[in-house]
Each structure stands twice: as C-alpha cells, then as structure tokens.
Design a protein around this ligand. Structure first.
Ligand code: FMN
Length: 168
C-alpha cells in the first residue's frame, strides 16, 4: 500500500475477533510509534502493553467504551513522561504523531484498532492497576485486535473548506 492509500483506508475498528496477537506484531506497532517525530527529538512517549484478560476487564470498568476494551486482544496505553517534558503542547503533539504512526502500522498489518481518548479521565486508576507512578500521565489507549467489522464509510471536510490561505 502506498502511504496515502494506507492513510485513507484506515478506519477506527471497535469490534474484534477472539484471536491472539503475537509479541512480534506488538513490537512492530511500538516500533512505528518509536519513530515518530517530536520537538527537540524529546521522545516523550512511554508505552504499556496489556494482554492479561483480568486486567483488561478491570480497565474496561474505567471507561464508557467498556465493550470495545473488553473485546480487544491487546491494550496499548500511551503515556507522556511528565518528568521529561520540554514544552507540554509540543510534547503532546509528538504523542499524537506517535499514536497515528501506531494506528497506520496496525492497519497495514491487517489488524484493527481505535484510539480511545475518553479513557484518559481514568489516568490515575489505570496507572494504579499497572503499578505506574505520577512520572507518567495517560494520553490515550489504543485498543487492538483482528477486525470483526466492516466499518461504516466516513467523511472528511472538503479540502477547500480547510485551506485558510493559499498562494497560487
Ligand atoms: C484524540 C482522539 C480521541 C478519540 N477518542 C475516542 C474514544 O474515546 N472512543 C472512540 O470510540 N473513538 C475515539 N476516537 C476515534 C474517533 O472517533 C475517530 O477517529 C473518528 O470518528 C474518525 O473515524 P475513523 O477513525 O474511522 O476515520 C478518538 C480519536 C482521537 C484522534
């Protein structure tokens, strides 16, 4: 797939089949995140990998998207390293790039995923469940699995409505 095709065909997947994901595949997803750009090359992202069903079930109780979380094979919570911040907005932008890299790699591997943002309201209890301290802050959880849905077509605003200035 060329990159624009990968970008355009990626959709959020919220239903998954019951089939495991290998550690090698998980490493490929994290590797894509690791190579994201960041301000000053600060690399503020930190990753957790959650596969244990009991833990996934506990985390599912901490979000409105409980069914999505329970159905996932792997949860990838992504944190910002709070003791390593050089500029909060720019570090968070870098984490956005990291998350998108991961979503695109997931899609290119034939897997499905959704970026969960609502769940960051549960930063503290999720860190407690994982035994992590306040040197981390939850930025998102990517729920990953083999797809069990053909997602609805989605729309984007027309390019002409997005360009606020352009020289010709
Ligand atoms: C910052 C952010 C937060 C999001 N939070 C959630 C969420 O909590 N639950 C969810 O189901 N989808 C969430 N999404 C996925 C969006 O709903 C989805 O990307 C958007 O509707 C476009 O659909 P698409 O991903 O299929 O192109 C989030 C996406 C982003 C970028």
């Amino acid at each position: 797939m060329d990159i624009i095709e990968t970008i355009r065909s990626r959709r959020s997947i919220r239903k998954f089949i019951d089939k495991p994901i290998s550690d090698e595949v998980i490493d490929r997803i994290l590797e894509a995140g690791r190579w994201a750009p960041s301000g000053l090359n600060n690399q503020p992202w930190r990753f957790a990998v959650v596969k244990e069903r009991g833990l996934i079930s506990e985390i599912s109780k901490l979000t409105h998207y409980d069914k999505v979380v329970r159905g996932a094979q792997v949860l990838l919570p992504v944190f910002i390293a709070t003791t390593n911040i050089y500029h909060r907005e720019k570090d968070i932008q870098g984490i956005g790039a990291c998350l998108q890299n991961m979503l695109l790699e997931i899609h290119s591997l034939g897997l499905g995923a959704v970026w969960l943002g609502e769940i960051i309201k549960s930063d503290l209890p999720i860190r407690q469940l994982l035994g992590l301290g306040s040197d981390l802050e939850l930025m998102a959880v990517i729920a990953v699995g083999w797809p069990d849905e053909i997602p609805r077509p989605t729309k984007r605003k027309a390019l002409k409505d997005l360009i606020v200035y352009r020289d010709f």
